[in-house]
Design a protein around this ligand. Structure first.
Ligand code: XMP
Length: 507
């Protein structure tokens, strides 16, 4: 899908590569990331961007590409950092290896203000992150921008080929987006990216792949699985949407999920297995053990209900695909890979039985797609909720009593956030139980009860988060209601921890 008139981003391994794709899409063009090993099988792009990367061009195993093939596309090419150094070598210049790293801000001084640097101001801040630098600039090439020391940071080798040493994709490069925009304006062949067109293509794609077969998908009430189920329904697929209620849901969540799907006219099946999960979790207080138990049981229950369905649809998103594909080193990526790529799914995938229609989209694009599918905004703007549910908000052992307390407090807190107009301003909010009993007074009596903690954070991608300075009146009203209405709680705390070092959830 979309492999013509798009922007092909070739991945040389920079940590910022995904951001380039993001920025291009923000500018209204479709961008796709390609592993360098796949080059030149990148369709018919209208422009090509070579990303940065951790290697030095002088290393024996430095990634390379077929330069003749690259030229053969006849479209504008932008080399970023490593990409620029590689291009300089290809054009006959040299690169000087260095152990010294330049990391941080620099000032950009364009030597001409057309083309790449149209409407870019002098001494605009750009972000550097590199060791090697270009040394000999080949004949015919021009320096089109330098830094504050007069060192070349941007080259043009010919009509189509440009290089920049800095990273335009990071926000610290203040006019980076404009520079990318200027580069893309050099292409005559880029088609604008509109979610409506994309929706049509996805639906056609689903129809072709499914072709009368029965498809199953899991739904949780979250944004991705909801959009997936509605898409399949819209495509007229013979779909079974299965909602596994593991009993670790919030207050009335099962009812709400079912009602939401009813509103959208998409039938779902509920598998109620709360007792099975609670029994499996009995007496377990170790966070990791809880996760493993829940994860494995979930897969078993889901697969038992799938029966002999011919296809499985998953709400895998683009960042997951990129991370799984990119030989990810971080633990987080491995966990994600694990989720969508357990053995049973890999087997089905090998047989062409896994459908992942959202695999080219970022989260906010999925929301946009949801809007264009007519999914109500309140469903699309729901806060994220973790797969293991309230288990990660209930440190210590999990009992029905404890879950009940969390549900009641959470419902009061979320209700107050909505009432005060704060629900949509925070990324995620919840109540968690602190399984410590403290002394209080209720009426004339001594009480000895649990404490509840409230957490509300803002975040962009859940990798980092900040606690929210909620209005004291909102906190006061929430606390008042919890202390008066929820049996078993005599203390309410507000969590003022950033991530890192704390995580968003308690476990
Ligand atoms: P942490 O607690 O790691 O959470 O800061 C980051 C974001 O991920 C959600 N989360 C999960 N989501 N399965 C999920 O689907 C999980 O096991 C899981 N653990 C955490 C969490 O709610 C937050 O949005």
């Amino acid at each position: 899908m979309h492999d013509s008139n798009h922007v092909a981003v070739l991945d040389f391994g920079s940590q910022y590569t995904q951001l380039i794709v993001r920025r291009v899409r923000e500018l209204g063009y479709f961008a796709k990331l390609y592993a360098i090993e796949d080059f030149p099988n990148i369709g018919k792009p209208g422009a090509i961007i070579l990303s940065g990367g951790p290697k030095s061009t002088s290393e024996a195993d430095a990634p390379d590409l077929d330069f003749e093939a690259l030229q053969g596309f006849g479209v504008p090419v932008l080399g970023v950092c490593y990409g620029m150094q590689l291009l300089n070598i290809k054009f006959g210049g040299t690169v000087e290896a260095s152990d010294r790293r330049e990391y941080g801000p620099a000032s950009l001084f364009p030597t001409e203000c057309s083309g790449l640097y149209e409407s870019i101001s002098e001494s605009s801040q750009v972000w550097m992150s590199h060791s090697d630098t270009v040394k000999v600039i080949p004949g015919g090439a021009r320096v089109i921008a330098s830094n504050q020391h007069g060192t070349p940071v941007s080259l043009q080798w010919n009509q189509h080929f440009f290089g920049i040493q800095y990273h335009p994709e990071v926000t610290h490069s203040h006019q980076g987006l404009q520079i990318l925009k200027n580069f893309l304006a050099l292409s005559n062949d880029l088609l604008p990216f509109r979610i409506e067109d994309f929706k049509r293509e996805i639906i056609e794609g689903i129809r072709k792949e499914v072709a009368g077969k029965q498809v199953v998908c899991g739904v949780s009430g979250g944004v991705d699985s909801t959009v997936l189920a509605v898409l399949l329904h819209e495509a007229g697929a013979n779909v079974r949407a299965i909602f596994v209620d593991h009993g670790l849901m919030r207050k009335d969540e099962g009812i709400e999920v079912r009602r939401n799907f009813e509103r959208m006219g998409v039938p779902i099946e509920t598998v109620d297995c709360a007792e099975r999960f609670l029994a499996a979790l009995e007496g377990v207080d170790d966070p990791e053990k809880k996760r493993v138990i829940i994860g494995n049981l979930f897969i078993d229950v889901f697969w038992d209900s799938v029966g002999d369905a011919e296809m499985l649809a998953q709400g895998t998103l683009y960042p997951d695909v990129i991370e799984s594909a990119s030989n990810a080193k971080s633990k987080a990526s491995k966990i994600k890979t694990h989720h969508n790529r357990v053995d049973r799914i890999l087997e089905l995938q090998a047989q062409g039985k896994v459908l992942e229609p959202l695999a080219e989209l970022f989260k906010d694009e999925v929301r946009e797609l949801g809007t264009s599918l007519g999914i109500p905004e309140d469903i699309l703007q729901r806060h994220p909720f973790p797969g293991p549910g309230l288990a990660v908000r209930c440190p210590g052992i999990i009992t029905e009593d404890r879950l009940h307390i969390i549900r009641e407090c959470d419902a009061i807190f979320i209700g107050k956030l909505k009432e005060h107009g704060w629900y949509d301003k925070v990324w995620q909010a919840y109540a968690g139980l602190i399984p410590v009993k403290t002394v209080g007074v209720k009426g004339d009596e001594r009480s000895y009860e649990w404490a509840i903690t409230l957490r509300a954070v803002v975040s962009e991608d859940a990798m980092t988060a900040d606690w929210v300075e909620l209005p004291p009146i909102l906190l006061r009203e929430t606390s008042h209601r919890i202390l008066n209405e929820v049996k078993g709680i005599n203390r309410v705390l507000y969590d003022i921890s950033t991530k890192p070092p704390a995580s968003i959830e308690w476990e």
